[in-house]
Design a protein around this ligand. Structure first.
Ligand code: PLP
Length: 399
């Protein structure tokens, strides 16, 4: 008989909360249930499981024990009643909006977003006659700017915080209050923070979205996503979209994310501590025009970040004096930092949003979202910060 461990701290919950699959084996590490389908004892049992009158697995696109374990774990860490894992972060964003919004209806969103989310909202939803009413990050922390965008066709409020790539901090409590006032769900993309640093549901949000590809997995070896919310909301997402459009997560990816999650607390603390060191160093460098990192007291979102985050996470952005040409020299000059998109990995990754992750924005849209053309995004990894700084220093010496 398995014992129930007692703990009171978040770091312990990350390691010990929800670790056992629904099997009778005593593995320390849960097995990977690599199976497409599940056997029924007889026709009556198969029919009962399909009808939902008996519990059981039927097909991995619908559910799988390893994927279930990840869903339960994220629900626990986010303080949610349930969760559903998806094949990618974009699949989680798409499943959320496609289940809640119909043609002729609208979404109110801050336009500081990952480029893929922006493209979905700006281009693809438009084709489906779903309007997204964008508000710039500079305007988005004042309720008087948000409320006029809401009308009787609004079905969802949507924010990302910290936002990709400008690290804008959106006030979750403020947006949740407006959502509550109009009886609308608020979805928060929590990818940059992870549940260890920020818990949107505890601040009044209704839905949390993650690209699990980033800090949840933490090792750059999977693509995945997850949505956490109430059991009723997850059931709605499953019925309206997930089961039929089929963006299911592979059990192997779920297992790798479960493995990565065990070190979430120490990784997030180290990413945050090193990022603060690097951000301070960049901020003092004579060749740097501007640093965007919410951990710096001068950052416009610092106070809200202090209120809603435990630490400031590992991603920052900066502009080099001399604009785009100078920025290119840094991107091409790094030797330790890796020129690649994505973030939240053990390795420090550096990239150029305007030509890479946010190439979906037009020049005008970049301006509206406050993304400078020469902006460089840095995801600080788990190397020693002195080595990251030495590498940036030598790359900046070529400018
Ligand atoms: C904030 C944020 N949300 C969603 C996504 C999409 O996730 P994925 O690449 O796993 O589809 C990303 C990807 O970079 C992201 O940064």
């Amino acid at each position: 008989m398995a014992k129930t461990p007692h703990y009171s701290k978040e770091e312990t919950k990350i390691v010990h909360g929800i670790t056992t699959c629904h099997t009778t084996s005593m593995d320390l590490v849960p097995p990977i249930h690599m199976t497409s389908t599940f056997k029924f004892k007889d026709q009556a049992q198969g029919a009962a499981i399909f009808a939902g009158t008996e519990e059981g697995y039927l097909y991995t696109r619908i559910s799988n024990p390893t994927v279930d374990l990840l869903e339960e774990k994220i629900a626990l860490l986010e303080g949610a009643g349930d969760a559903v894992a998806t094949s990618s972060g974009m699949a989680a964003v798409a499943a959320t909006v496609m289940s809640l919004v119909r043609p002729g209806e609208n979404i109110v969103a801050c336009n500081a977003l990952y480029g893929g989310t922006f493209a979905l909202f700006h281009t693809h939803l438009k084709r489906l006659d779903i309007e997204v009413r964008f508000i710039s990050p500079a305007m988005s922390n004042d309720r008087n700017n948000i409320i006029p965008l809401v009308d009787d066709k609004t079905r969802l409020l949507y924010i990302e915080t910290p936002a990709n790539p400008t690290l804008d901090i959106i006030d979750i409590d403020l947006w949740a209050t407006i959502a509550g006032q109009y009886d609308l769900p608020l979805a928060v993309d929590n990818t940059f923070a992870s549940p260890y640093l920020q818990k949107p549901l505890s601040l009044g949000a209704d839905i949390v979205i993650h690209s699990a590809t980033k800090y949840l997995g933490g090792h750059g070896d999977i693509i995945g996503g997850i949505i956490a919310s109430t059991p009723a909301m997850i059931a709605r997402i499953n019925e309206e979209y997930f089961h039929h459009f089929g963006p299911a997560m592979s059990p192997f990816n779920a297992w790798l994310i479960l493995r990565g999650l065990k070190t979430l607390a120490i990784r997030m603390e180290r990413h945050s501590k090193s990022a603060l060191t690097v951000a301070k160093w960049l901020d003092a460098h004579p060749k740097i025009a501007k640093v965007y990192y919410p951990g710096l007291p001068a950052h416009h979102g610092h106070d809200v970040a202090l209120r809603q985050m435990k630490y400031f996470s590992g991603v920052m952005a900066f502009e080099v004096k001399g604009g785009m040409d100078a920025g290119k020299k840094v991107l091409n000059g790094v030797q330790l930092c890796i020129l690649a998109v994505s973030l939240g990995d053990c390795e420090t990754l550096i990239q150029h949003p305007a030509s890479m992750t946010h190439a979906t924005y037009s020049k005008e849209d970049l301006k509206k979202a406050g993304i400078a053309e020469g902006l460089i995004r840095l995801s600080v990894g788990l190397e020693h910060p002195d080595d990251i700084i030495d590498d940036l220093d030598q790359a900046l010496s070529s400018v």
